[in-house]
Design a binder for this molecule. Sequence first.
Ligand code: FMN
Length: 161
Amino acid sequence: MIASKSLFWRHSMASAKIVYASMTGNNEEVAGIVEEALENLGVDVDTVEISQADAEDFEDVDICVVATYTYGDGELPDEAVDFYEDLEEEDLTGKIYGCCGSGDTFYDDFGKSIDDFAAVFEKTGATKGADIVKVDLAPEEDDIAHLENFAKQLVEAQEKL
Ligand SMILES: Cc1cc2nc3c(=O)[nH]c(=O)nc-3n(C[C@H](O)[C@H](O)[C@H](O)COP(=O)(O)O)c2cc1C
């Protein structure tokens, strides 16, 4: 009985942290969609705006997610730079990561900050749990489906670790 109960806990109480950067709300919405999808899959989720987050907080969870906009000509948001540099120093071996976010296809470097975060996660030793999802401006029905699938893949990858 005890063994099966602890197995149940292990599966039902995976934890995730979503760190997002958002100036006009699109990425806050993206983060919210992923948060809800993960919660519906039984994950304990904490969502934090990037200037309030510490990269080392990812050490405490199973699934690490970044959702960010892109600024300038493919630049990171100013408020994301410290977090980005700290993340480069982290060892997240044994964690699952996923990157997503909203940009604007008008720009040549569509969603480049999302790619940059994925590259940093690779350096940390974390395991990619899902392909990057890029949303053009505000998430629409298709995007929501892609983000829900993204969340599902993260959970499945975490269960396989
Ligand atoms: C000055 C400026 C530069 C931008 N540069 C890019 C860019 O290089 N690539 C991109 O995909 N989006 C770019 N964007 C668009 C934003 O990333 C996009 O509007 C995003 O949805 C904003 O997310 P938010 O609502 O969470 O702030 C830029 C927007 C502004 C205002």
